[in-house]
Design a protein around this ligand. Structure first.
Ligand code: ZN
Length: 272
């Protein structure tokens, strides 16, 4: 009987310790749990683009779907901007544009209104492609650079330099890293020439000359940038099936998504 009493008091003590350590953990716990999905994203990609851009599209869908694990956010996937009027777009905290640009007048008007009213856009590679035939001046000023100029060929890895090391999108990245193979777009009037644009990463000058068939030998070559007049970021990655093969680049992509979403006019959802 005495032994049983002793055992009971030991159990009580363990329970008490357990409870007190749990409450200490609660008060010190540095995280915050979301009870519901924190935000809503629309990923738009085309199935009828250049095959390497479609390949990237399929992998991008998998990549962003994986990030919703645990119901962290809602990801809707569309294969064109058709039917997305302003009201539909306004339901999303961010549009992830993979390889396509709004094409018809109504699609462009809706997207323009969405962005001018605080919408979020994360654009990859061909989602920023435009040339003389595009005829959408608003998009050029939104993108913050001129039209497409040239690219290296074949697609290949390249050394990237981080230009802004204290930016929320780059602060946990190395100052330079080799990015997976890509068809790197160069632009007329590169983004770094505009006052309202922050270039976050560029192709290192050490890459020159770059290419085996089409060789680029000099020039400013921004790769990731943001136009501060909008809640947007452009990342030139997006060609072929290797784009999600590098942890550093994947981290950068997640940082970019988080940064765009965190600046929503509705407030920073990650602080809730
Ligand atoms: Zn490409």
């Amino acid at each position: 009987m005495k032994r049983l009493k002793c055992l009971r008091s030991m159990v009580a003590m363990v329970l008490l310790l357990g409870v007190s350590s749990l409450s200490a953990q609660n008060s010190d716990y540095p995280g915050n749990y979301a009870k519901a999905p924190r935000f809503k994203a629309l990923l738009c990609y085309s199935e009828t683009a250049e095959p390497a851009h479609v390949e990237f599209g399929h992998q991008a869908v998998d990549f962003f779907k994986d990030l919703t694990v645990g119901n962290g956010y809602i990801l809707d996937v569309a294969t064109s901007f058709s039917g997305y009027d302003y009201d539909k777009l306004a339901a999303y905290d961010v549009v992830i544009a993979i390889n396509t640009v709004p094409g018809s007048k109504s699609e462009r008007d809706a997207f323009e209104k969405y962005m001018e009213n605080g919408g979020g856009w994360m654009g990859f590679h061909a989602a920023g492609y435009n040339d003389a035939s595009t005829k959408w001046p608003w998009f050029n000023q939104f993108l913050g650079c001129g039209t497409f100029l040239c690219n290296n060929w074949p697609p290949q890895p390249a050394l990237l330099d981080v230009n802004l090391t204290n930016h929320p999108v780059t602060k946990n990245l190395p100052v330079s890293f080799v990015a997976p193979k890509n068809e790197w777009y160069m632009w007329n009037e590169p983004a770094d020439k505009r006052d309202n644009v922050d270039v976050l990463l560029s192709l290192s000058q050490k890459n020159y000359p770059i290419g085996l068939k089409d060789v680029v030998s000099h020039g400013e070559w921004p790769v990731v940038w943001t136009n501060r007049n909008y809640r947007m970021i452009y990342l030139n990655f997006g060609h072929g099936d290797r784009e999600f093969s590098d942890a550093t680049q994947n981290l950068l992509i997640i940082n970019a998504l988080r940064w765009i979403v965190s600046r929503s006019p509705k407030g920073d959802t990650f602080k809730r």
